[in-house]
Design a protein around this ligand. Sequence first.
Ligand code: ZN
Ligand code: ZN
Length: 259
Amino acid sequence: MGLKHFLTEVLPESDSFAAQGKGRWGLWSFTTLAAQFFFPQRYCLNCGSICLKPGLCVSCAAKAAALPRCKICASFVKTGGLCSNCEKTRPLFTQARSAVPYEGKLRDYLLEFKYLEKTWLRRPLAALLMQVYQQYYHSLPFSIITAVPLSSHKKKERGYNQSAMLTQLLAKEYGLNYQKNLLRRVLDTPPLASYNGEQRRLILKQAFVSQEAQGHTVLLIDDIYTSGATLNACSAELLAAGAKEVYGLTVAAYDDRGS
Ligand SMILES: [Zn+2]
Ligand SMILES: [Zn+2]
């Protein structure tokens, strides 16, 4: 591990660990950092226990992998079958998959990654995507991988597109053809959290445009799947531009297990 890697990747995680009340900067932190330099460790994004790989510990990863998902979309459901959204309206993408339910500590990390510039989270969060990719998508013939885009105005304001960061790491790991300009966001939309699925669909209807995608099987990446309106709006454009099929992959998804 080089010094640059240590400063940009390990230090921020140690800082976060210390901020959780497990230590203060001082002798304890110094020895922890020294130990991490020689024996790099990570903390599970869900339970906080030490793990050698970024992302989830073995136990949390196994639990997440075993959670039943909607047969079509990325939502988590109680006993398999379809989620309440897909029962009402089938999405335009062929299938979407997600690593974890959008709740608890993972939800906090995703918000910090998206809004608080904690970009060091890209590696552990991309590790979650990789696990799902291995589980569900490894044998599918994706000819293009791309990310849900931000508008140029939002990108300028935030300085980075969190979904593009994850896509870059996933594409590199599996040698996938990353086309970062395949989709463009041409409309700024208001935060969608307070709108229902149908309202989101209408708001997003003309938000994206796609370049030529004739005959391609596209893997589309985003950070969070809630109603599916964003993946659906992107899929509509990709299919209109000639894509054969669109698959979605997100870090977290809506939890429909309560219904
Ligand atoms: Zn864990
Ligand atoms: Zn569904």
